[in-house]
Design a protein around this ligand. Sequence first.
Ligand SMILES: *[C@@H]1O[C@H](CO)[C@@H](O)[C@H](O)[C@H]1NC(C)=O
Ligand SMILES: *[C@@H]1O[C@H](CO)[C@@H](O)[C@H](O)[C@H]1NC(C)=O
Ligand SMILES: *[C@@H]1O[C@H](CO)[C@@H](O)[C@H](O)[C@H]1NC(C)=O
Ligand SMILES: *[C@@H]1O[C@H](CO)[C@@H](O)[C@H](O)[C@H]1NC(C)=O
Length: 506
Amino acid sequence: MSEMARWLFLCCSLPCVAHKVAVVGAGINGGSAVHFLRQLTDDELVLYEAEREVGGRTYTQRFANVTVDVGGTAIYSKNRYMAGFAKSFGLQPSADDDLNSLIGIWDGQSMRTELNMDSMAMSALKLLFRYGLSPLRVIPVVREAVGHFDGIYDLQGAGQSFETPAELLRALRVFNLTQTSAYDFLAGLGVDDRFVRELVDGASRCNYNQPGTLNAFAELISLAGAGVGGHVFSLANGTQAVARGLARSASRQLLGERVTEVQESNGGYVVISEGKGGIRREQFDGVILATPLELTKIRLPASAKQLGRGREYQTTYTTFVHGMLNKTYFGLETSVAEIPSDIFTTESSTSPFSSYGVHKILADGSVVVKLFSRTQLTDEQLHALFPKVFEVYRYTWKAYPKLQPLPLEQWASFRLGRGLIYTSWLETSASAMEVAAIAGRNGALLMREALQAKTARTARSTRERKEFRGFARGSPRQVHNKPLLIEQAYDYGRVFKKATHLGPVQ
Ligand SMILES: *[C@@H]1O[C@H](CO)[C@@H](O)[C@H](O)[C@H]1NC(C)=O
Ligand SMILES: *[C@@H]1O[C@H](CO)[C@@H](O)[C@H](O)[C@H]1NC(C)=O
Ligand SMILES: *[C@@H]1O[C@H](CO)[C@@H](O)[C@H](O)[C@H]1NC(C)=O
Ligand SMILES: *[C@@H]1O[C@H](CO)[C@@H](O)[C@H](O)[C@H]1NC(C)=O
């Protein structure tokens, strides 16, 4: 028998190997954790979701006979996980052929400029004319940050895990960017104020409903998402289908089951939840919390450490309108088809909405538009923009953290306890579906290590018990090293100490 086969045999003959893991939260984060953990283990994976369907902050609806994403929408072409999931689940990018590629900057009174994202040469000239050399200073920096961030795929592919978000971001050489505001960072680059107030604020208000007070890393990611240095797409059938595809890797999905508490118990954890069947308690070897603790208020064991603090969530009001657009609202002398499909706003804007995005122009000339705002849009405000409203759909989210720089001492750890992993803190740096997928994979890698360590502990204590019995009976002690193999892989230092302690009996 090869070492590996022998180890597998030994391992499978121990009672400890069939582990059970709970993953709390069936968004992209939890789904990614389940998906990647499934690739690493045959353990039983139980996915808890408080809502009655999986998706988390991906949420796809039919509105005005159009498929719309109420939550996470855009996938950046370099997002390897999201693009890969979509491909492997057979999900097609949406064909927005009927929409123009114009981005307008609106200050509530006038359209300050329009940029054609399809014709970069034209836009580049326009950008240079309007903003001087600023774009030339910013574009390489966006590309560089995205390039550094790309390093995560090789690291995770090689099985590298990270104990804290800061460790992960440092390995990618982007941590420092999270500790400075976009305003300060761009001023340091000599970027002109107008560029910041219009394009930078515009992009971050569209992505995060916040201005450039957010950290520079989030800002650079949001500029990438605005099409600077790559292309962006959405899915024809919406992004919630990605979460659904990921959740299929779970052994069991417990929907409508709200986790209220995680307790330490028997070397593992008991997850307590409330659902249709009343209160439920189930024992697990490990738990991955893939939901922001600020929003879920799950009670954790007293031993849970470094939960993080000071992070708030931005409330975003999402409004979908199907109606006839007021052609003069934006002060443009053009047809509806020529009004920019995406309109960003400045922070000083008097506009009631933070961003405006057309989903579809229908045959009768009516439009389906998505608006983000920081307060609920009133019927009067909507009527000024759409004199004729056919249908409205409103949804309020705690959509993403307020992304301003947060001092490192307030950050959480990914590992709250030996087998208790918290993945959601990574979005303190930047919030996007891809970031959630990366956090989920890191959670899976940390969980595998925790389970291997648990196997090693159990093997050790089983052996110690056997050895103790053997000693008591006075029979020769059997010394076998095999279970040490896995320990060595896990933590050589500790194994070495233990092995010395156990030393063969003379
Ligand atoms: C809804 O859209 C489908 C195609 O996506 C079309 O065939 C159908 O006629 C539309 N229904 C209405 C009521 O517009
Ligand atoms: C999208 O959804 C429609 C029905 O809503 C379905 O017929 C189609 O197969 C789906 N396409 C993909 C790529 O998921
Ligand atoms: C990050 O900032 C620290 C302290 O200011 C500095 O020592 C370090 O070199 C910086 N790291 C990178 C990658 O820029
Ligand atoms: C259309 O928008 C313009 C500019 O805001 C406004 O003056 C006008 O009253 C609006 N039209 C309607 C029908 O609300």
